[in-house]
Design a protein around this ligand. Structure first.
Ligand SMILES: [Mg+2]
Length: 115
């Protein structure tokens, strides 16, 4: 991940685009790219979404790439490692949603109503 973070920083610097990369703009761009990812699945049935045709699969690859690029850029602004952030959050989620309490219960709906 650090390598990707270095690459996206170099990409922006080479183009003098850092001036546009405020945390606000990067967060907004990340959301836009996540929405572009969603658009690939828009109006598909659950079954169709599990077996994407080649053109949609290629689009999905590009949007996952875009999301990762903006996530890396945003993390750079705060000196964060997204992988470490995800690991730390997963540990929080393990404590918040113990498998023995939520297994098979449609994720965390039971615990949401308790907090
Ligand atoms: Mg995109």
């Amino acid at each position: 991940m650090k390598s990707l973070q270095n690459q996206v920083a170099a990409f922006a610097k080479e183009r003098d685009w850092e001036k546009y990369h405020s945390p606000k703009n990067l967060a907004m761009a990340l959301s836009v790219e996540a929405s572009e990812l969603l658009e690939i699945f828009l109006w598909l049935t659950d079954k169709e979404s599990q077996d994407l045709p080649e053109d949609k699969l290629n689009g999905l690859k590009e949007e996952i790439g875009d999301v990762m690029i903006y996530l890396a850029n945003l993390a750079n602004k705060f000196g964060l490692d997204p992988i470490e952030c995800a690991r730390e959050k997963l540990e929080i989620n393990k404590r918040k949603y113990p498998a023995n309490l939520v297994r098979g219960s449609g994720s965390a709906t039971i615990l949401y109503t308790q907090s």
